[in-house]
Design a protein around this ligand. Sequence first.
Ligand SMILES: [Zn+2]
Ligand SMILES: [Zn+2]
Length: 311
Amino acid sequence: MSEAPDLDLLRDALSTSVLSHALKMIGDRWTMQILMGAFTGVKRFDDFQQRLGIPRRTLSDRLKALVHMDLMRPRLYQERPERFAYHLTHKGMAIYEATLMTWEWELRFGEHRLALPSRLVHRTCGHAFVPQMSCEACGETVTIRDLDMSLKPNPRLPYDPAERMRTPKVTVSDGAMSHLALRMDRWTLMIVSAAVLGCRHFDQIAHVLRISPPLLSRRLAAMVDAGLLTVESDREDGRRRVYLLTAASRGLFPYIVLLSTWASEHLFHEPSSIRPRHKACGKAFVPRATCGHCHERLNAWDVSFQMGEPA
Ligand SMILES: [Zn+2]
Ligand SMILES: [Zn+2]
C-alpha cells in the first residue's frame, strides 16, 4: 500500500468485508475455543465445559449460536437426563484451516496456558508438522509481504450502524486469558487488518473502523500491552504517534486471511472486499493451510494430535 491510503475506500471495504461480518458472528474467544476443542475430539457438553473451563450458561449460548449458524449439529446421546453431543457440520469442518493457524500462533507467541495439542501429525505423509499458509494457485508458502491488496467494497454486505452498541468489553486485568480474549477479539483483528492495509495513525484507524476514540484508545493500549502493537513517534511529525505491527500481530495474518476465505466460501458465498494478489505468481490469492513437511493441503480428518500438558 502507498504511504497515504484512501481512507474512505478503506472504510467501505473493511465494513463490507466478509471478515468483519464473520467476526460479528464468531469473533469471540469462547467460540474459537469451542471450535478448537471440537477439532481435538471434544463433543459432549460436559467435556467442553471441563476442558475449556467455560461457564455453563456461556457454553450453552455459544453452542446454540454455532448450531444456528449450521457449524455444529446436536445429537442426543442419553435420554434420561437428556444429554447432547455436538458434531461439526461440513461448514464447521471447513473452518479447520483457519483454526490450525491459531494453533500455530499459540505455539509461537502464546503463553502456553491453553489445553492445545503439543504436536500435530499429518497421517497422509506420516510426519509431525507445522501448518503453513500457501497459495492455492502456485503452491508456494506465502507471508504478508508476498501479497498486494486491492479493495472493492461489497454492497451486498452493508455496514450495520447499530453494531457500535454491541461491542463487548475487553480488559487486561486477568493476565493470559484476557490476552487470548484480546487477540481473538473482533476489534483486534480488524485493527490488525487496518494496519496491514496501511493505517498507522490513531485518526486513520478510528476513521476506517468507525470506532469511537475512547474505545479505540483503550483497545490500542491493551494491544500494546499484549505485544500486538508498538507505538512510536512519527518521524515526519513528532507530535503524532504511529502504531506498528509486531511479529506477533503479523503472525495473526494467516488466521485472518484463512478465516476470510472460509467466510467467503462457506458462510456468505460472497467475495471478499479485500482482495489479495500473490505477487510472485500474479494470481488472486486464495490461501490454503498446508503441511509444512509434504506441502499437501490439510484436512481435519488427516491430522492426528498429541495433547500436551498446559504449563
Ligand atoms: Zn501464487
Ligand atoms: Zn504432510
